[in-house]
Design a protein around this ligand. Structure first.
Ligand code: TXA
Ligand code: MG
Length: 318
């Protein structure tokens, strides 16, 4: 078990020694290490059991500090940074040599994020290096939205988890890349596409693929609980032959499943509340010993699009 606490000094000391820690952000918890130290980066990949072809996000505390390790900030990236950083947004920008190929899996762009979380910002401000941090879950599992989630899964492998409470956004950041003629969303996340388009105009959404690791962040089978998760589609799927069933609903209970086997993401139909609860509720249902968990897609708008993306990736086709 790791120590869970709010001791920034201790976190700084561990990070300076080249070790990794659990770190809070507003989206999900990260597994953080010195982005300039290849030993620390290697530890991140090992602890997470993550393939090295899947690059890491580098976190810092201000746009000025981004220039330390990024060679250029395109105009539209700067516009998005002005509006949404700190926030649930990750920008893919051309890297300087100070960022090793290990961090970017050999790509010439680095993923950059400024988390909107007071403790994370305080930590980053007090370090003279940025922090590489993927979500602090074992590769392929649901991202953690509390210090306890991190401890449950990685507690044996790390010394310290900085406790920043429950994540307020609850799903990972939106990832955006810039090309001469277009802006591309590589991962739908905590910043709605509508909000991005309000600032920079139409964007293209890159669908994820499991065959092309260069299509960033986009391994299809991701975010899965251990119990089989299925989208009901139609109610007849829920018959007597499927054993004990759980249900993860948006704002309404499923009429054919006992209510004690159900959780609602937001009884008032609020998409931000649904995003905040999504992973925590998937985890809760995963511990209940159901044979299957059913769910349904949410309205395909605002944060609903990112939530649906996570649900689709977590479901197993029958
Ligand atoms: O909200 C978040 O983004 C959280 C918190 C901890 O900041 N982090 C996170 O990291 O979700 P991770 O590693 O679980 O997901 C980052 C994704 C990866 O799937 C990776 O493929 C993609 O970002 N990525 C990183 N660097 C990239 C790059 N240079 N080009 C394209 N994709 C990149
Ligand atoms: Mg992740």
């Amino acid at each position: 078990m790791a120590v869970i606490g709010k001791d920034i000094k201790k976190a700084i000391e561990i990070l300076k020694s080249g070790e990794v820690i659990g770190m809070p952000t507003e989206t999900v918890y990260g597994l953080a290490g010195n982005a300039y130290n290849t030993e620390a980066i290697t530890k991140i990949f090992t602890v997470k059991n993550r393939p090295t072809f899947d690059p890491l996000i580098v976190h810092t505390s201000s746009v000025e500090r981004v220039r330390e390790f990024v060679s250029e900030i395109p105009e539209k990236a700067q516009l998005l940074a002005n509006h949404f950083m700190p926030g649930p947004l990750t920008l893919l920008l051309p890297k300087k040599d100070i960022i090793s190929d290990l961090v970017t899996s050999g790509l010439d762009t680095v993923a950059v994020r400024i988390p909107n979380h007071p403790l994370a910002l305080q930590l980053l401000e007090n370090l003279d290096f940025p922090l590489a941090a993927p979500s602090a879950n074992p590769f392929g599992y649901i991202s953690p939205t509390s210090a306890q989630h991190v401890d449950n899964q990685l507690g044996e492998k790390i010394k310290y988890i900085l406790d920043g409470g429950e994540c307020t956004v609850g799903i990972e950041s939106s990832i955006i890349g810039f090309f001469s003629d277009e802006i591309v969303v590589f991962r739908k996340g905590g910043l709605a596409i509508e909000e991005i388009e309000n600032i920079v105009g139409k964007v293209r959404i890159e669908e994820h693929s499991s065959s092309n690791p260069k299509a960033p962040g986009m391994l299809k089978s991701h975010y899965a609980p251990r119990t089989q998760l299925l989208v009901t589609g139609d109610l007849s799927l829920v018959d007597n032959n499927v054993g004990k069933i759980g249900y993860l609903g948006f704002d309404k209970f499923h009429p054919l499943i006992p209510q004690e086997s159900q959780l609602l993401l937001s009884s008032t139909g609020d998409l931000a509340e649904a995003a905040k609860n999504l992973f925590a509720y998937m985890r809760l249902l995963d511990t209940r010993g159901f044979d299957k968990i059913y769910t349904d897609l949410l309205p395909e708008k605002g944060l609903g699009r990112a939530i649906n993306d996570r649900i689709k990736r977590a479901t197993t086709p029958e």
